[in-house]
Design a protein around this ligand. Structure first.
Ligand SMILES: [Zn+2]
Ligand SMILES: [Zn+2]
Length: 154
């Protein structure tokens, strides 16, 4: 790397190689996202993983923090079992831990959400939380009604 010069500044020595396009970049062109070096153009396609956002998503909708971290399967499991409370609490801790690990480069996210998905998550998580908790409420009401009915019959 010592001999290589920046792809954009032929007079300046390269400081790193872009993770995506493999172009050498100097200190000035280097953009670091989630502890990975990128050129300016490629950095625009990546988003710094935020433990704060992961916490918000996971807190308001069980499993959504995992989706944010790129783990759809775990997110779905927590989404379906979140009303049992314990998976929900686990999901909040997991989302924050994993988001932080991605941010500092300890862990790679399989699929970091692209910009439009990130925007959808930010705009949609509160309405989605309402739908989720209304759903859980309806479920519990239905179960309670069923139990009452069974008791009356029995
Ligand atoms: Zn690049
Ligand atoms: Zn440069």
């Amino acid at each position: 790397m010592s001999e290589e010069t920046c792809y954009f500044h032929s007079q300046t020595q390269a400081a790193a190689i872009c993770t995506d396009c493999k172009k050498p970049v100097c200190e000035l062109c280097l953009k670091t996202v989630n502890a990975e070096p990128y050129c300016e153009a490629c950095a625009a396609n990546h988003y710094e993983q935020s433990p704060m956002l992961a916490f918000l998503f996971a807190f308001f909708v069980p499993g959504l923090g995992q989706v944010y971290n790129g783990d759809w399967q775990k997110g779905l499991v927590i989404f379906l079992t979140g009303w049992l409370i314990l998976p929900w609490i686990y999901g909040i801790f997991d989302a924050v831990t994993v988001a932080n690990e991605i941010r500092i480069g300890v862990r790679k996210s399989a699929t970091v959400p692209p910009g439009y998905l990130l925007l959808a998550l930010k705009l949609g998580f509160l309405p989605f939380a309402c739908v989720y908790f209304c759903g859980v409420f309806v479920l519990f009401t239905a179960i309670a009604g069923l139990v009452k009915l069974l008791l009356r019959l029995g």
